[in-house]
Design a protein around this ligand. Structure first.
Ligand SMILES: [Zn+2]
Ligand SMILES: [Zn+2]
Length: 98
């Protein structure tokens, strides 16, 4: 886990995206360093997560490049149990999982 800097500790994810604690519910805050920092931190966290998934899939011998493998009954794809994958992450981002 990346360590959070002091600025990022006050950032959060509001209904309109990453924001500083002051502008959590502001759709388009005017040039605010806190919001900018929050956005950058969120983008970096997103990149790191994707890199971590990519690395996990690449180093896994069981599944295909998408982190899937054939189910035992040979009729469908299932998510590799060894790690997360991009489909699961996308669903989680939409709030349909976790
Ligand atoms: Zn702000
Ligand atoms: Zn795998």
């Amino acid at each position: 886990m990346p360590e959070l800097g002091s600025d990022e500790m006050h950032s959060l994810h509001g209904p309109f995206g990453p924001r500083c604690s002051t502008h959590a519910n502001v759709k388009s805050p005017r040039s605010c360093d806190g919001c900018r920092t929050a956005l950058k931190a969120a983008q970096k966290a997103d990149r790191d997560r994707r890199h971590a998934i990519r690395a996990a899939i690449d180093s896994c011998n069981d599944c295909d490049p998408y982190g899937r493998l054939w189910a035992d009954d040979d009729t469908s794809w299932v998510d590799c149990p060894e790690h997360s994958n991009f489909r699961v992450e996308a669903l989680a981002a939409e709030g349909r999982l976790l």
